[in-house]
Design a binder for this molecule. Structure first.
Ligand SMILES: O=C(O)CCC(=O)C(=O)O
Length: 266
């Protein structure tokens, strides 16, 4: 896998995540690849809504759908991207794991979510934050505009308690900023940064992929990637290393009744 960015640029992105809580890599993934994902995702979203649409656990008309570790989504050009992994390793360690492959999709009728973080603090009794331990690599399957539900995110709140982050929002020191993204753009974010989903005012769903990478010792029972045994032999050394703590399954056909990741906002 080849790098697009120099080591200095990789360091700049890494520092942005450490300081602001996120960075953006413009025009990073091939739009043609993502259009294939978009086509393959449509029936998965429909099936998901038919199966558990009534749960509405992400808010009205907003769905969290796990992607199967199968073509086209089990794509090393995406999850083994050299630049992204270089940034991920600097943030959560060379022995990082990949623990989540999923999507968030607001539809017409969706609303503002409550401002939240995607993880609990490691040491809640101290009110202090630590270096990063869980990252989301987010990229949309359509262009994200101000009309179709951009993620709104705050800078710097990953390094303070939620209470303090909300207080600074209240006082105006910290602002929620909408992040429009083109197909191909990638955001790497520390999931502790305060953020929220916003309404999609268009008829077209706005899927945002989330690939989770974390420290090797972090256990989030809500997320995992079921790796089909038959795929194991086709994986690179790097992929096997990244996926090493995920369950290996005989078949991807036995889906759980509902998404396991129901409680999501902390
Ligand atoms: O995809 C989005 O717009 C945000 C969704 C989100 O933050 C969540 O459901 O945790």
């Amino acid at each position: 896998m080849t790098h697009r960015y120099t080591p200095q640029e990789i360091e700049t992105f890494t520092q942005a995540v450490l300081n602001d809580g996120y960075c953006l890599l413009s025009d990073h993934f091939s739009p043609a690849t993502l259009k294939n994902w978009q086509e393959a995702f449509k029936p998965l979203l429909e099936e998901h809504i038919a199966r558990e649409g009534s749960l509405r656990n992400r808010g009205a008309a907003r769905y969290y759908v796990t992607l199967p570790f199968d073509a086209p989504f089990a794509d090393p050009s995406i999850y083994e991207d050299a630049d992204i992994l270089a940034i991920v390793e600097r943030l959560v360690g060379e022995d990082a794991v990949m623990c989540q492959l999923a999507t968030d999709t607001p539809l017409l009728g969706s609303d503002y979510q409550d401002v939240h973080r995607d993880t609990l603090p490691l040491f809640p009794e101290t009110d202090r934050e630590t270096p990063p331990y869980q990252l989301a690599v987010n990229f949309p399957l359509v262009d994200v505009t101000l009309e179709n539900g951009p993620l709104e995110i705050t800078r710097g709140t990953h390094m303070m308690s939620k209470t303090e982050g909300l207080r600074r929002m209240e006082s105006g020191d910290v602002k929620l900023e909408p992040i429009p993204m083109k197909l191909g753009d990638v955001m790497i974010r520390d999931v502790r940064g305060l953020h929220r989903g916003t309404p999609n005012h268009t008829e077209i769903p706005r899927p945002m992929v989330v690939i989770g990478y974390s420290r090797r010792w972090l256990f989030r029972p809500e997320v995992s990637i079921q790796v089909p045994r038959a795929a194991l032999d086709t994986l690179s050394q790097r992929a096997r290393q990244l996926l090493r703590f995920n369950p290996v399954v005989e078949s991807l056909d036995n889906k759980p009744e509902a998404e396991v990741y129901q409680t999501f906002a902390y």
